[in-house]
Design a binder for this molecule. Sequence first.
Ligand code: BGC
Length: 756
Amino acid sequence: MGRRFQSSTRRRVREKEIDLNSGSAAVGLAIFLAAHGACLSQQATTQPSRPWMNPSLSPDQRAEEVMKQLTLDEKIQLVHGIGWGPLKTGSPIPPDNNGGAGEVLGIPRLGIPSLQQADSAVGVRMAALQSRYATLLPSVLAAASSWDPEAAHLYGDVIGRELRAQGFNQSIGGGVNLARDPRNGRLFEYAGEDPLLAGVTVGHVIRGVQDNQVMGDIKHFAFNDQETGRAIVDARISAKAARESDLLAFELGIRIGEPSSVMCSYNKVNGDWACENEWLLNHVLKGAWHFPGFVVSDWDGTHSTEKAAVAGLDMQMPGDEYFGAALKEAVASGRLPLHRLDDMVHRVLRSMFSAGVIDHPPTTRRVVDPFRGREDARHIAEESIVLLKNDGTLPLNAGAVRSIAVIGAHADVGILSGGGSAQVDAPGGNAISPATPTQWGEAVYFPSPPLRYIREHAGGARVQFDAGTDAASAASLAQSADIAIVFADQYMSESGDAPSLSLPGRQDELITAVAAANPRTIVVLITGNPVTMPWIDHVAGVMEAWYPGIGGGQAIANLIFGSVVPSGKLPITFARSESDLPHERIFGMTHSSAKGDSPTFWAADKQQRQSLVADYKEGVRFGYKWFDSEGKQPLFPFGYGLSFTKFRYTNLRVEPATKTATFAIQNVGPRSGTEIAQVYVQLPKSSGEHFRRLAAWQRVDVPAGQQTVVTVPLEPLAMATFDVKKDAWVWASGKYTISVGGSSRDLPLVTDVVLY
Ligand code: BGC
């Protein structure tokens, strides 16, 4: 709006000047400070002329005080962002730009800083462009596998503190779309298939971010549940099913995390674009949930001016096509009431005050602590790796093993990460091709090689590596070793889905050949999504490590050798085949879905001119609710995961007054361990539901031979249905069946109780 910025080339020159700390750098700095000095020097001081700097006023009062000072142009400036920043060559870049995916210019004369927005789904993105380092965390799906709100909080804390250290004041992470389809390319950015587990996980991630006085976000609102055709697809779903599934995950995430913003998604929902969807934005989000923050569009997800503004969109990102001059004109001509523009601006400002980015701006840049980041990432990975099969071969006893064959997935140099706007830059470049700059859609490996950490644990055992590119050579190495550990991986990214549930390439063949050569074969999966396992009956053990982050190599080795006892459990069902899913094919997937195909990224965009419908007629019945109500046998059920010890459940009591479940867990095995105890509820018959819902859980450490008594509150919304006529949650009277145990398919304790 009325401001011109230097080109990216000029900006690079300016940065170089500052970096060189030369005389011209000082001049550059002086110019920068002249423009923005007011903003830096007057923060957090209460001045009579700036009543909004009085921290004893509420964020809403402070926002109103600022509003009194703003011109119409300044208001317009606060509801859209600048270009694609460094994402697109030649984009205009403001002088104070921090190198993130977005920037909304502040109002320096009033001490309102710019919003510096950074993608940070699994760690801060694009750090390398600024010669910075950022910690790669395990995937969000992995964090959900820990079922540990504290680990989720730590996850957000790592992101928040590194954003802050790098001068960003808003995270645009917080993905919580439910896993309606296990082939969705962004599942690694999300927290699984259950609304309660996903909402609680992401809510705590957001809290962790915001505890660093960095604004948090939740996305992609809503039903962006596949990447294929994401910019054209119309997700159709009944209001009841919507509220009880994907929207419930958002509702809980927002309740717990109180994010500054909600990012609306690219797709349509029941005929209207999500970013101009009156029902979604005004009725549900701002009406029913009283969300006080702002709605920001996904990048280029805005489609109109008045319609979007009236429907509840508060900020277009990036660019000003709709929320720049066109918005000003709409207000000036009376087509959009000024009070709606004021509401948009108020929401942005109150969120900034509330998160603390005006009182405590991230002005002191620091180099992040890579060691602390790696330790935190390793801890989360260790809690989240899921042991799926073990015939007793694990943990390996270093003293008793003479030789180990490590095979596949570049386990000699690194560990795979997820791509797209969740891609964190690998220190030293891609571990498998360090010399070349990484491209969108390229599988990036991080320097946390499992081989190295397996060797560290293996004592005197001979540990040899085979790349796994030739099944016969891998099998021959496996045959010569006591133990074979095969790594198999699957690269996933935004803008593409997996064409099938199979591991890509010829990895199934490789595992089959290795297992045939050595029955003591352990498979370690480094995947974004669940996969099928045609070789499952022939291997000794399987570990799902997801994308385990920068501490992944260590975490995997620590579990294999038993210095850490596995505790993670699946936040998503593993199907035996595509034909067991609610939809055998992803809506609109046009290219071949032959087993072993890799995803094709940007396949979605090739369909820009077509329309596409995703008819979610299964409603809430996906994941375990689908398998349970259809009587289908999954490969591994939701909530499943093994330990190196065994737990026994006894003495269930459900207290209707407090709506709590109390039960005892006994560790009847040889080792201390951590159990994730799960409570499911089946609603009274009148609901017509033929499946259970997760209603509570507790992650609990139980020493060997001991017993712990657990009391957990049942989540009221997990026991409610949404009454569309009343436009409200309702709780049926009658008997609720409460089941407790170690997975959705292993529930030894059951009781019926009238709760409402
Ligand atoms: C993604 C968002 C991301 C944005 C900015 C979009 O393509 O869907 O999740 O935050 O780009 O990079």
